[in-house]
Ligand binder design. Structure first.
Ligand SMILES: Cc1cc2nc3c(=O)[nH]c(=O)nc-3n(C[C@H](O)[C@H](O)[C@H](O)COP(=O)(O)OP(=O)(O)OC[C@H]3O[C@@H](n4cnc5c(N)ncnc54)[C@H](O)[C@@H]3O)c2cc1C
Length: 387
C-alpha cells in the first residue's frame, strides 16, 4: 500500500505508542478529543460510553499498520471497516476528519522532535490511502446500513445465557460463519458484534446466543431485559471464517461457550450438502451446564456421519448456584473430556493436517492458539474472528 520507508516510520511510531504506559489508551482519547473539538457535531454519532470504541480503534490501527505491506489482507479489512461505519451514518467526510484528528493526536503523543517532515508525509500519505479505501467501499456498498428485526423468542437457557430468535424485515445475505453488529432498544447507540447461530434463510429468521459479560454495557440487557416484540437493528455481515471445500484437509472446530454460534451455523449449512469433509467439533465450557447446545449438535451428528462432537468441561460438576437439572449427555455420544479446552485439544497432537477454526472469548481463543502453536500447528491453518 505504501513504500517501505513510510511503512517503517509508521510502525516505529505506533510501536512507541504501544510501549508507553497507557500509550494506546492515551492516543485513542487524544484522537477522539481532537475529532470532537474540530467537529463538535460528530459527538452525537458516538455512544456515551466510548470504552469499547477506543479499544476497537486501537486494535484496528494495530492490524492496519501490521499489514500495510500485505494488500490482500489490509484492503479487505479496510473495505469491511468502511462499510461497517455506515451503521453510525459515518461517511467519507468523517473519515477525512478522522485522518487529521489522528495526525494531531500522534503528533501530540511523540512530540515535535520526532515529528519531522518525513514522518508527517508518511502519516499523511498512509492515512489518505486508508480513508480512501474505506470511503470507496462505504460509498459502493449496495446493502442498507442496517435492517430492522423483531424479537420473536427469548429463551433464557442459563442464568447468564439467552438464545434470542428474531425475524428480520428482509433476509440478510450472510454466509454461515460471518458475524453482524446489532443494536437493541435498551441500549441505543451501542452496537455489539454477534454471530448468527443458523444459516441465512429466505424467511429472514436469525438466531443469536448471548452470554452476559459481567459489568458489560449491553450483554446483560440482552440476557435479562429483552422481550418478544422488541425491535433490533442488524448491520450487514462481516468476517470471513469459512471452510475451504476444495482443500483435501479435514476440519477441526473448537468452541468455547457461545463461540459455538458461528461454527454451528457452518455445520448446519454443511448438513444441507451431500458430501462434506470430516469435522471434529470440540464444544467446551467451564461447567457441564455450559454445554447448553449439546443435544442439538448431537442430533445433527446422528444424521451426518462426517461430524464428531466432543464435549469438554473444566469441572466435573455444575456450580452450586446452577438451579436447572444436571445435564445428561445423550447416550452414544463421545465420552466427555475434562480440562481446559486448549490442553484437551492439543493432547491429540498438532492437528497439522486440518483446517482449524477457533471461536470463543478472546482469552479462550488466545490460549488455544498459543497451545496449538507450541504443539507445532501451522498457524496459516488457523482461523478465528477478530478479538
Ligand atoms: C466477531 C465477534 C463475534 C461475537 N459474537 C458473539 C456472540 O455470538 N455471542 C456473544 O455473547 N458475544 C459475542 N461477541 C462478544 C460481544 O460482541 C460483546 O463484546 C460482549 O457481549 C460484551 O459486550 P458488553 O457490552 O456487555 O461488554 P462491554 O461493555 O463491551 O465490555 C465490558 C468488559 O468486558 C470485557 N469483555 C468484552 N467481551 C468479552 C467477552 N466475550 N468475554 C470476556 N470479557 C469480555 C471487556 O474487555 C470489558 O472490560 C462477539 C464479539 C466479536 C468481536
Amino acid at each position: 500500500m505504501q513504500n517501505e520507508r513510510a511503512i517503517a516510520l509508521i510502525r516505529a511510531g505506533f510501536k512507541s505508542v504501544q510501549a508507553a504506559e497507557d500509550g494506546p489508551d492515551r492516543l485513542a482519547r487524544s484522537f477522539f478529543a481532537h475529532l470532537f473539538a474540530q467537529n463538535p457535531d460528530f459527538r452525537t454519532l458516538f455512544p456515551v460510553s466510548m470504552d469499547q470504541l477506543r479499544r476497537h480503534f486501537i486494535l484496528a490501527l494495530g492490524y492496519i499498520f501490521d499489514n500495510l505491506d500485505k494488500t490482500d489482507r489490509v484492503e479487505p479489512f479496510l473495505e469491511q471497516l468502511g462499510r461497517d461505519h455506515r451503521k453510525h451514518a459515518i461517511t467519507g467526510a468523517h473519515f477525512r476528519a478522522g485522518q487529521s484528528a489522528l495526525i494531531a493526536a500522534f503528533r501530540g503523543f511523540v512530540g515535535n522532535e520526532v515529528w519531522t517532515e518525513e514522518v508527517e508525509a508518511a502519516w499523511a500519505d498512509t492515512l489518505d490511502a486508508v480513508s480512501c479505501s474505506m470511503t470507496v467501499a462505504a460509498d459502493n456498498d449496495e446493502l442498507p446500513p442496517y435492517w430492522g428485526a423483531t424479537v420473536v423468542e427469548h429463551h433464557r437457557v442459563l442464568d447468564d445465557l439467552a438464545i434470542i430468535r428474531l425475524k428480520v424485515d428482509a433476509s440478510i445475505p450472510y454466509y454461515p460463519g460471518q458475524y453482524v453488529s446489532v443494536r437493541i432498544p435498551q441500549r441505543p447507540n451501542l452496537w455489539r458484534y454477534l454471530s448468527p447461530a443458523i444459516p441465512s434463510n429466505p424467511q429472514g429468521e436469525i438466531e443469536f446466543h448471548v452470554r452476559r459479560v459481567s459489568g458489560g454495557w449491553v450483554s446483560p440487557a440482552m440476557v435479562s431485559e429483552v422481550s418478544v416484540g422488541d425491535r433490533w437493528a442488524i448491520s450487514p455481515p462481516l468476517g470471513g471464517m469459512s471452510i475451504d471445500r476444495n482443500s483435501p484437509e479435514d476440519v477441526l472446530m473448537i468452541a468455547g461457550g457461545t463461540g459455538i454460534a458461528p461454527l454451528r451455523a457452518q455445520i448446519m449449512g454443511m448438513a444441507l450438502r451431500s458430501t462434506n469433509p470430516r469435522v471434529h467439533l470440540f464444544v467446551s465450557g467451564v461447567y457441564p451446564c455450559d454445554l447448553y447446545d449439546i443435544e442439538t449438535l448431537w442430533q445433527i451428528s446422528l444424521s451426518n456421519p462426517w461430524l464428531t462432537v466432543i464435549p469438554v468441561t473444566e469441572d466435573y460438576e455444575d456450580p452450586w448456584w446452577h438451579s436447572g437439572p444436571t445435564r445428561e449427555l445423550p447416550w452414544g455420544m463421545h465420552r466427555q473430556l475434562y480440562g481446559r479446552i486448549s490442553t484437551v485439544v492439543t493432547q491429540f497432537g498438532s492437528w497439522a493436517d486440518r483446517q482449524i477454526q477457533i471461536s470463543g472469548s478472546p482469552s479462550m481463543v488466545r490460549t488455544t492458539i498459543y497451545a496449538l502453536r507450541r504443539n507445532g500447528t501451522p498457524m496459516e491453518h488457523v482461523q478465528h474472528d477478530p478479538l
